[in-house]
Structures are given as structure tokens and as C-alpha cells.
Design a binder for this molecule. Structure first.
Ligand SMILES: *Cc1c(COP(=O)(O)O)cnc(C)c1O
Length: 440
């Protein structure tokens, strides 16, 4: 039997892709001859024709974009440090310096106390993972007999908490929200027991875009003596600037008594290249629990404060450059754009009979649902997809979900017009659709 064929069969079975086709799909191999860059580049660009148009504002998730100018700063800075590895702290003091600038600016922005420290991570998931790891190791010292610590978080907290708890052998209790979609502080307080190592609140949460009662959570954490993590991954680099622009944004920073750690994503409303977030701690001692230290192999000491080993220097350079480029004035301008887009979209949707905006949303999230049996939201979602929009769906309530950023300023009128058309079409045809909430 030919070598290639043999391998192909095994591969198909492994990943369950047997299709009953007479011709087996072939597994690609590295080509014998290399190809010229011009051809490869043409392929790469051609591949993108299958993707959704994020530059045109058709994607309400994943990409945070304002202008080619800002993107250029972020990308060029990344490329300048494309090869440098942020693991190599002694080889690349340049990266250490930029990282410490970025963390310092984040500590200032989030009103961290004297002596607070933080880390540059690859994203919100890693930031949250590290906060849980630090909290767990801190908890183990005071509760040496507790086998499985527990975290208590609102129902609306990001799945990254469950992912981290899964890796760290912790249990998760999710508590109720109130009718205003914010976490129910009493329900959360009641769920805290002797195994509870951490509580968390979102500032704001992804499903509804609302802030949990962070001040109340701080009091609860203090009175129970538990770690309190504020997840500002989504809104961290938007909220302070929206507040300065006059939007009502509650205190969620370290100025709130009881806050132990805080995460904020630079690669969302910080407009940096993907792979950039910060996790901050009120003290050096708590941050130290994050560290992994290892000595028992031939190569010598291996000690890192984050999860990754090799890390892209480009992400650090991009973050540093974007913060320099925008300044507070730039961030305020972008906050105005994002919030303005949201206000216009909310107004536009409310003028369409048969739809209802789910309120409140404190920052950039817009959620809307059907208010009329004749307008099934699944069918509206499908119709919008047919018009070229990437549609984010939400389950509770059954709704359409958008996370707005400056790029969406340009698309509001077209979106609202298409939405009107979609609703008319669904109403007159009696169309029903299938629920599909696999956004990720
Ligand atoms: C995006 C997000 C996260 C996770 O961040 P990633 O960068 O996707 O890993 C966590 N919490 C909230 C509220 C988020 O919006």
C-alpha cells in the first residue's frame, strides 16, 4: 500500500471525517519545492474573500477598528518587534521597558494603589486564568485542607472563568442576576462558603454590557475575606474615557474598597494587536502567587510570571505604540465614536415596530429582541445574514447581540435600513428561522 494512502485513512478516522466518498480527501504535505512570495501573498489575500467584511463594519465582534492610520501604527509597531521574544527578558530590555510602561499606565488608569503591580498577558482568558491561579495559591496557604476551592461568579461572567477553573481544579458557582440584568449581590453573598476562594464581577459583562454592583461586591469580599477580581476585559479601556465624556459609568477600579485584582484587554477597546491584555494586583505579594518557578532540568532555572513561554514581542510593542499614539484625547475621541454609534443604533432599532432593545447596557453592547410574534428573531437573524451581516446571537433572552466599536459609526444607517427590510420581509412572509447561537 502506498504510504500516503495509508496515512490518509487513519487521519480521516481520527477526526471522524469519513464521508463515504470514493475518493479520499488528501492530507496536505509540505510541498517539495518552495513557492515564491508573490504567489503566496496572492493566495493569502484571496483566502480573505471567504471572510466577513470587518473593515466595512459588518462584523459586530472580534475586531476593534477605527482607521487605517491607527491600524497602521498598531501593525507597524508589531512588525518592528516581530521576531523578538518577550520571554527573553535579559536579551530584550526594550520589551521589558515597554511592558513596564504599559502596565504602569494601566495601573494609573485603574487607580491602583502604591505598590500595585501587574503583568502583560496574551488576552483576557490568560489574565483571568492568572488571577484565578494566584487566588488559588493564596487560598491554599490559609486553607491547606481544602481540596477543591470554589469561585462564585454571576451568571453573566465570561466563560474564561470556567475555563480557568477547569484547568485549576476549582468549582464554579454561578449566581443570579436581578431584573436590571446586573448581578444580584445578595444571591452572590449567600453563595459564599468556607471553600470560596474568589468572587468576581464584570465591568461590564459581555452578554448585556452592564456593570455588576462592583462597590457592593467589594463590601461582600471584604466582609467574607475573599479575593475579588474585577473583569474589565471588555470595557477597561473604554469605560474611563466614556465617563470623562459624560456617560454614566460606575466606579469599578482599584478605588473601590475590596478589589484584589483587575483584568483589562488591550486588544479590545485598547485597539492594540491581538495578544494583549493586562492583569493587575493590589500588591506585589499577591502578584507573586502568579509565578511559576522551576529548577529541575538540565538547562537551569525557568521562571515565568505568565502562562505562555515564548511570547510575541510584537504584541507588547503594538500596545506601547498605540497608547503613545492615541493619548487620552485619542481614547476619548474613540469612546465618543463608540458610544455615539451605540446611541444611534439603539434609536434606529427602537423606531422599528416589532423589535425591542434589551436595556440597560452601560457601554458598547447592543442587544435587541422581538416584541411581536409575527417577527421571529431567528428569521430576522437569517435575513440579516443573507444581507451580508455577521450576526451575533444571544440565548437569554433570545436576541441579536452586537459589540460596537468605532468602525460601526459608518454602518449604522445601512444596518438600520437592512434591519427594517428584514423585519418587513419576515412579517409579510411569516418566515421562521433556526436558532444558532454558536457565535464563537
Ligand atoms: C473578551 C472577554 C474576556 C476574554 O478575553 P479574550 O481576550 O477573548 O481571551 C473575558 N471577559 C470579558 C468580559 C470579555 O469581554
Amino acid at each position: 500500500m502506498q504510504d500516503g494512502q495509508d496515512v490518509d485513512i487513519g487521519w480521516c478516522e481520527d477526526i471522524g471525517l469519513q464521508t463515504g466518498m470514493s475518493v479520499l480527501p488528501t492530507r496536505p504535505r509540505i510541498g517539495e519545492d518552495g513557492r515564491c512570495w508573490e504567489d503566496i501573498c496572492r493566495d493569502l489575500i484571496a483566502f480573505k474573500t471567504s471572510d466577513h467584511d470587518w473593515r466595512g463594519g459588518k462584523v459586530p465582534i472580534y475586531v476593534y477598528y477605527d482607521s487605517e492610520e491607527l491600524l497602521g501604527v498598531s501593525r507597524d509597531a508589531y512588525n518592528l518587534y516581530f521576531s523578538e521574544n518577550a520571554l527573553g527578558r535579559r536579551a530584550f530590555p526594550s520589551i521589558v521597558r515597554m511592558e513596564s510602561d504599559v502596565i504602569g499606565m494601566a495601573l494609573s488608569l485603574f487607580k491602583a494603589p502604591e505598590g500595585a503591580v501587574g503583568s502583560f498577558t496574551s488576552g483576557g482568558t490568560e489574565s483571568i486564568f492568572l488571577a484565578l491561579k494566584a487566588a488559588r495559591d493564596h487560598f491554599r496557604v490559609s486553607h491547606p485542607r481544602e481540596q477543591r476551592p470554589r469561585i462564585v461568579i454571576p451568571r453573566t461572567a465570561h466563560p474564561a472563568f470556567d475555563k480557568a477553573a477547569h484547568y485549576l481544579d476549582c468549582d464554579v458557582v454561578r449566581t443570579k442576576t436581578t431584573t436590571d440584568l446586573r448581578a444580584d449581590a445578595d444571591d452572590l453573598a449567600a453563595a459564599i462558603d468556607t471553600r470560596t476562594m474568589l468572587i468576581a464581577g464584570s465591568a461590564p459583562c459581555y452578554p448585556y454590557g452592564v456593570f455588576d454592583p462592583i462597590a457592593k461586591f467589594g463590601q461582600i469580599a471584604t466582609s467574607h475575606g475573599v479575593w475579588f477580581h474585577v473583569d474589565a476585559c471588555l470595557g477597561g479601556f473604554l469605560a474611563p474615557f466614556a465617563r470623562e465624556e459624560g456617560y454614566c459609568v460606575p466606579e469599578f477600579e482599584f478605588s473601590v474598597p475590596g478589589v484584589t485584582s483587575l483584568s483589562a484587554d488591550l486588544h479590545k477597546h485598547g485597539f492594540c494587536a491581538k495578544g494583549a491584555s493586562v492583569v493587575l494586583y493590589g500588591s506585589r505579594a499577591l502578584h507573586a502567587r502568579q509565578r511559576f518557578h522551576f529548577d529541575n532540568w538540565p538547562r537551569g532555572t525557568y521562571s515565568t510570571e505568565t502562562f505562555l513561554g515564548s511570547r510575541p514581542g510584537g504584541a507588547v510593542a503594538s500596545a506601547w505604540a498605540v497608547l503613545q499614539f492615541l493619548g487620552r484625547i485619542g481614547f476619548r475621541r474613540l469612546a465618543r465614536k463608540t458610544m455615539g454609534a451605540k446611541d444611534r443604533l439603539v434609536t434606529g432599532i427602537e423606531e422599528i415596530s416589532g423589535l425591542e432593545v434589551v436595556r440597560p447596557s452601560d457601554l458598547s453592547i447592543v442587544l435587541y429582541k422581538s416584541s411581536d410574534k409575527a417577527v421571529e428573531i431567528n428569521a430576522v437573524a437569517e435575513s440579516m445574514r443573507e444581507k451580508g451581516w455577521f450576526v451575533g446571537r444571544s440565548r437569554e433572552p433570545d436576541a441579536i447581540h452586537l459589540a460596537l466599536n468605532p468602525v460601526h459609526t459608518r454602518m449604522i444607517d445601512e444596518y438600520v435600513m437592512d434591519l427594517k427590510g428584514a423585519v418587513d420581509n419576515v412579517r409579510s412572509s411569516g418566515r421562521l428561522g433556526e436558532h444558532d447561537d454558536h457565535t464563537y
